[in-house]
Design a binder for this molecule. Structure first.
Ligand SMILES: [Ca+2]
Length: 509
């Protein structure tokens, strides 16, 4: 005989259970920026700038000291995060030709199915439109710093007045305050356009750092000996950084990328333009009077690059602070996981470069700090090797959703609870595909262990590189094939073979 429960009582019980559940499950605020590197975040590196708000997240929570990406490029990195899978599995290998297959499972879809409300504001950069979100508003492609266009869920594209980092934050706060269903746990992705090239600051930060001179990295004058793929890359500050487009010297009309200037500077309104000219007018005049060449020109460009980049970071830091303040004020902070990361690291003059793509440390690493919800006791540094394919399984486990077998990342929840898991991964696997393309970084893959890194550049080149990160952290000395390295080299090859098989990369066939 079936137990007799009156329908009204039953629904009250179900609602009570759901309500309790909804209160317990933590919210997720996943803040990501573009091309923000550890060297420019004071929780990691205090040489160049202060990022007090980003550092608040780490101070109240955890800082990952060895946080890596699987493919150091915008779209591919985002696809790895959404799916918890390496590029060859999620299909988005490069920005030039890939289109994200939005019908595949992603963490927002799993969370949505589990009763979370999901939203995405800002940069998306995956060619197809977002799926798995209750609400979204995205920048087309890379987006613009001033008066950016946004594609809205209802299908139209509108141009919003203002500076992109402020606007993405305004829209995110508006969703939190006015649009979400407050009965449900939520997962909000705040994905910024900043600090992507061409590093245009908000008008209130234009004068920052103009009196600062930044120390050059020790390997700024790298000559790429023993590293032909590094030599072939076109991302040198002295040769490839564009005076007009990158450094905003608008009178340099014969610079290679000068024709792009109207698409960036041309978007400013008269008030923004006036403030801009007040700062950059004298800089242009100074440059024209100096007639710099060679080393002096390279170093002048480096200083301009550093200043513009760091000004753009400042606005980002302040806007992240607004979100943290809101969560605290509304009593949401205690039960919310706040994640801050970038889609990859970036070169700040190391090897003479800007940009990313390579498996060398500066762009293989990415900042990752988290403020933890109630019940997670870990604080301080987490030194285990983690990767951006780990975010999806982490969010799922936190939400009480079973992590699907085919996700390749590892949930970070045990680390966040303060456990010391045995058998944590002892290498990360990396694979970069976008070649031939801008910046001419050749295709390569490899593994990085605690101490060593093995990389293979392929396609129109066949070269191996091996580094001892303990004795050569700047990766200047390729030890591949060097006497005395036989054992390490053989060991690293075994590791790489194991990684290719483990992650089922077609290269393993
Ligand atoms: Ca990026």
């Amino acid at each position: 005989m079936k137990p007799k429960i009156r329908p009204a009582a039953l629904s009250a019980m179900v609602l009570a259970a759901l309500g309790a559940n909804a209160r317990q499950r933590p919210n997720i605020v996943f803040i990501m920026t573009d091309d923000h590197t550890m060297q420019a975040m004071s929780a990691y590196d205090t040489r160049f700038t202060e990022t007090p708000n980003l550092d608040r997240i780490a101070a109240d929570g955890v800082r990952f000291t060895r946080s890596f990406v699987a493919n150091s490029l915008s779209g591919p990195s985002r696809a790895c995060m959404l799916t918890g899978k390496h590029s060859h599995k999620n299909g988005f290998t490069n920005n030039e030709h890939s289109v994200f297959d939005g019908s595949q499972p992603t963490f927002p879809k799993y969370l949505q199915k589990a009763g979370y409300q999901t939203a995405l504001i800002g940069k998306w950069h995956l060619q197809s439109l977002p799926t798995g979100f209750d609400h979204w508003e995205i920048l087309p492609g890379q987006g613009s710093y001033y008066q950016p266009a946004f594609i809205r869920q209802q299908g139209d594209t509108i141009r919003r007045e203002g500076y992109v980092t402020n606007l993405i934050t305004d829209l995110s706060l508006d969703w939190l305050k006015n649009q979400r269903d407050k009965e449900k746990p939520f997962c909000l992705l705040i994905h910024h356009k900043a600090i992507h090239r061409n590093w245009m600051a908000d008008t209130c930060h234009l004068a920052l750092y103009e009196d600062r001179t930044f120390e050059l990295p020790a390997n700024f004058g790298d000559t790429y000996e023993g590293r032909p793929a590094a030599e072939a890359a076109e991302m040198r500050i002295d040769r490839d950084m564009d005076l007009a487009y990158d450094l905003k010297l608008e009178d340099q009309t014969d610079a290679p990328l000068a024709d792009l200037v109207p698409y960036t500077m041309g978007r400013m309104n008269p008030d923004q333009r006036r403030k801009w000219d007040a700062v950059y007018g004298p800089i242009i005049a100074e440059f024209d009077s100096l007639h710099l060449e060679g080393k002096e020109l390279a170093e002048w460009k480096y200083q301009r690059y550093m200043r513009d980049y760091l000004k753009t970071v400042k606005s980002l830091d302040e806007n992240v602070g607004r979100v943290l303040d809101y969560l605290e004020k509304e009593g949401l902070a205690d039960n919310t996981l706040v994640v801050y990361c970038s889609d990859q690291g970036f070169y700040m003059g190391e090897h003479g470069w800007f940009d990313k793509r390579f498996m060398y440390e500066e762009s293989l690493l990415t900042p990752l700090v988290m403020k933890l919800p109630e019940g997670m006791s870990r604080r301080g540094d987490i030194d285990e090797m983690v990767q951006n394919i780990d975010y999806a399984p982490t969010f799922l486990e936190l939400a009480g959703v079973e992590v699907p077998e085919d996700m390749q990342g590892e949930s970070l929840v045990p680390l966040l609870k303060g456990e010391k898991p045995e058998n944590w991964r002892d290498y990360v696997y990396y694979h970069y595909y976008e070649y031939p393309a801008e910046h001419a970084v050749k295709r390569h893959y490899g593994v990085r262990t605690d101490r060593y890194k093995l990389m293979h550049f392929y396609n129109d080149i066949d070269r191996w590189e091996l580094y001892d990160l303990q004795t050569d952290p700047q990766e200047m000395h390729n030890l591949y094939g060097q006497p005395g390295m036989e054992e390490v080299q053989a060991q690293m090859h075994r590791r790489l073979d194991e990684a290719l098989k483990r992650y089922d990369d077609p290269l393993s066939e």
